[in-house]
Ligand binder design. Structure first.
Ligand SMILES: O=C[C@H](O)[C@H](O)COP(=O)(O)O
Ligand SMILES: C=C(OP(=O)(O)O)C(=O)O
Length: 363
């Protein structure tokens, strides 16, 4: 909806803005799609369990696993049902949290996720995207699976975050003050990726900034522009995702990261992303990275609190060009439209190997 206004345009302003469209307020969307008491309780409990795993109090391994992006909620839910079964099977060893990623940071341009473009067609119906994402989070939560997401747009958490148990700030935004401030006010543990160049310092600094109280510009539940004051997030941690110089998941890399974190007073235990620059975005390589991580965990390496896995029903990835690709005809069901993912069978193998590794090491 474009807003009609009688106000005279401010001279020299908005010269390159082609339109404003009003969005529903967060309160409107939340009341249309409420969490409900049971799901609220589950989200709160999952956040506590994740904290306990990150702190090493709970001996399980955190496994953040799921599609690179949710583009087809039906296929995403099909995946979630299988993952919920696997999570229940391995619940003694693994704390499985599903990747439900709706906002994609792009290196240059491309489809920016379900919130930004739910029609996959360049239509940018963001109001529908927010509702689709919230509806999906509810469906996943009802299966008993905690949800993980990357927070990219600074105002979207007001619409979605009450249903999210673990958050990430991506490699392209870890250095951004806006995202560090945002993390300082988020209610769940938040992982910061190392920078795309492989730099760890930006992520350590991000954890420190997120742990501090912050004041910044945002919106409240009613969508009003607001000064947001936060108390700081004590559960910020590092995700090693590799970088321009290559992977950084070796035992030496993990130990060096732990020392850098400890020297700054940040949790030295890390989440290792088996995808992205740690696998050269190859799903085949991702499986090999997970095999190596499992054998190191079985051998007693305690500094790995969790792993991240990009996984969907069908292995690999397919191309999506919004406006050109016809989503109803051109796309393979259950295959990623962003980074290449492990297929479901390989995911089951990887989860079983990780669970066996935890059993071997941690009893
Ligand atoms: O995880 C997803 C991608 O790696 C990230 O969004 C960047 O994607 P791009 O380089 O294809 O734009
Ligand atoms: C975009 C992602 O990763 P990174 O920020 O590491 O590129 C992701 O995990 O989806």
């Amino acid at each position: 909806m474009s807003i009609e206004t009688n106000r005279r345009p401010v001279p020299n302003s908005n010269e390159r803005v082609s339109g404003f469209s009003e969005l529903p307020s967060p309160a409107d969307v939340v009341s249309e799609l409420p969490a409900g008491d049971e799901l609220q309780y589950r989200v709160g409990r999952a956040r506590q369990e994740i904290r306990a795993v990150l702190d090493g109090v709970d001996p399980r391994l955190l496994v953040v696993v799921g599609p690179c992006s949710i583009h087809d909620p039906a296929a995403g839910l099909d995946y979630a049902r299988r993952l919920a079964d696997a999570a229940a099977r391995h619940r003694g060893e693994l704390l499985v949290v599903m990747r439900t990623y709706f906002e994609k940071p792009r290196t240059t341009v491309g489809w920016k996720g379900l919130v930004n473009d739910p029609g996959l067609d360049g239509g940018h119906d963001i109001a529908a995207g927010l509702r689709a994402a919230r509806g999906f989070l509810r469906d996943v939560g009802k299966l008993g699976l905690p949800a993980a997401t990357e927070f990219l747009e600074p105002i979207s958490p007001q619409y979605l975050a009450d249903l999210v148990s673990w958050g990430a700030i991506g490699a392209r935004t870890t250095e951004s003050q806006i995202h560090r401030q945002l993390a300082s006010g988020l209610s769940m543990p938040v992982g910061f990726k190392n920078g795309t160049d492989g730099g760890l310092r930006v992520a350590v600094d991000a954890c420190l900034a997120a742990a501090a109280p912050q004041a910044f510009l945002g919106i409240d539940e009613d969508g009003r522009a607001s000064l947001v004051a936060t108390s700081g997030n004590p559960d910020a941690h590092l995700i090693l995702r590799g970088g321009a110089g290559g992977p950084n998941y070796s035992a030496a890399d993990v130990a060096a990261a732990g020392s850098a974190l400890a020297a700054s007073g940040v949790n030295p235990r890390v989440v290792v992303d088996a995808s992205h620059a740690n696998s050269g975005k190859s799903h085949v390589r991702q499986a090999e990275v997970l095999t190596e991580l499992a054998s190191r965990i079985a051998g007693g390496e305690r500094a790995i609190a969790g792993v991240m896995v990009e996984s969907f029903l069908v292995p690999g990835a397919q191309r999506l060009d919004p406006g050109t690709t016809d989503p109803s005809r051109d796309l393979v069901y259950g295959q990623s439209v962003t980074d290449a993912c492990l297929g479901w069978e390989a995911t089951e193998v990887a989860l079983a190997a990780l669970a066996a590794a935890v059993r071997a090491d941690r009893g």
